[in-house]
Design a protein around this ligand. Structure first.
Ligand code: SF4
Ligand code: SF4
Length: 375
């Protein structure tokens, strides 16, 4: 495992971070909880392979992600592990501060290394975080030793991200970056210049990059490996978070993290092929995060976009149209059932004009075969 200096914090973090948001679970929706028996060994395998940064959040897996992390670190040398978690600004300040105590309990620790405002926007920082005392609460918690660093995760536009960086109040930030989503390049470079630690989420685009059909990377790499190598070749990125749900995935990613370093000329050429292929996809970069859901009209927004991208850019052929016409449509979850109420619009961190794109989905699949003609 390769380690990198984490901005000016004096800490060295593993290039691969463990994202504790895709752990094995039991149940669905509000009943979903981490399957501790299966999840804890996955996190522990990561620690054994040298990962020293684990990222969780108040809401991941209905709060049980933090519990799983707490179990995974029990009995280990706490000083060699860096715990990151987040707290969203969806409640008033007193309640919000109380969550920190619950998180410490769940995480089975006396302190949290990197405590994030979850999904912070510049507008919120100015209008809510500062005037309503959220920031003061965290400064107090830091003085009391309950947290070590104040950080933010962010889906705001790069201009506003830079404004957050320029406040000088944060040790690190967690933002999106991968081959498909390079919009934050400048903000990441700016954070690097200012000595902030930079962690990126979605280094392989929530798994979507893995499905590219036209690329066969050379030098024995898989597409996700190449995507990770691309992220790690950026000197301003310290940690790439991967949401890992099984031991095989941990081992595969950890092996790739062993070769962090400059890209070879062959890798550069392969990446250029990927970038050319991805140009079209940037137009509809849905990470599948599900923040837009539920749709009051039953439309499964992320699946519709996934199928559209599969059909348009991944060249998966007729099977995709069948998934749409024979799977989504009868379940009344296809784009045909979008009534353009716009309730989802504000919720998408990628600023996708969802109702407009839903029309593209309908158009795409109305041109495709409706039935499996072989049957
Ligand atoms: S605009 Fe369409 S997809 Fe979005 S919430 Fe309304 S019906 Fe659902
Ligand atoms: S449309 Fe936006 S909010 Fe919905 S799943 Fe995709 S990226 Fe997430």
């Amino acid at each position: 495992m390769k380690y990198k200096d984490f901005g000016n914090t004096g800490i060295k973090l593993s290039a691969l971070g463990f994202g504790a948001m895709r752990l094995p679970v039991i149940g669905e929706g509000e009943q979903e909880k981490v399957d501790l028996e299966n999840a804890v060994p996955v996190i522990q395998r990561g620690l054994d392979l040298g990962i020293n940064y684990i990222d969780s959040a108040w809401a991941y897996h209905n709060g049980t992600s933090e519990t799983a992390v707490g179990e995974a670190i029990a009995g280990r040398d706490r000083s060699s592990i860096y715990i990151s978690t987040k707290n969203p600004l969806d409640t008033e300040v007193k309640e919000w501060r109380k969550r920190l105590d619950t998180q410490l309990e769940r995480l089975n620790t006396d302190y949290i290394d990197f405590y994030h405002f979850h999904g912070l926007m510049w507008r919120e920082f100015k209008k809510k975080v500062l005037p309503e005392g959220y920031f003061k609460e965290l400064q107090r918690a830091r003085d009391e030793g309950l947290i070590r660093h104040i950080s933010f995760s962010c889906h705001d536009n790069p201009r506003n991200m830079i404004k957050l960086i320029d406040t000088g109040e944060f040790s690190s930030m967690l933002v999106q970056y991968n081959l498909l989503h390079r919009l934050n390049d400048l903000a990441i470079a700016h954070a690097g210049e200012k000595g902030m630690g930079v962690v990126v989420m979605g280094p392989v685009g929530g798994g979507r990059i893995a499905f590219l059909s036209r690329l066969q990377p050379r030098e024995g790499r898989t597409v996700p490996e190449l995507a990770l190598r691309f992220v790690w070749s950026n000197p301003n990125i310290n940690v790439a978070l991967s949401g890992m749900g099984n031991v095989a995935m941990v081992e595969e990613n950890a092996a790739t993290a062993d070769i962090v370093g400059p890209l070879t000329s062959v890798e550069e050429e392969d990446i250029q092929v990927m970038l050319d292929q991805l140009d079209g996809l940037e137009d509809l970069y849905c990470t599948g995060c599900g923040y837009c859901m539920p749709c009051p009209n039953g439309v499964d927004i992320p699946t519709n976009f996934l199928l559209l991208n599969y059909a348009r850019y991944y060249e998966f052929g007729e099977g995709i149209a069948q998934s749409y016409n024979l799977g989504l449509k009868p379940a009344k979850a296809s784009a045909d059932f979008c009534i353009e109420c716009e309730e989802c619009l504000e919720k998408c961190p990628q600023n996708i004009p969802i109702p407009e794109r839903m029309r593209d989905v309908v158009e795409q699949f109305s041109q495709e075969p409706q039935e499996d003609t072989d049957s």
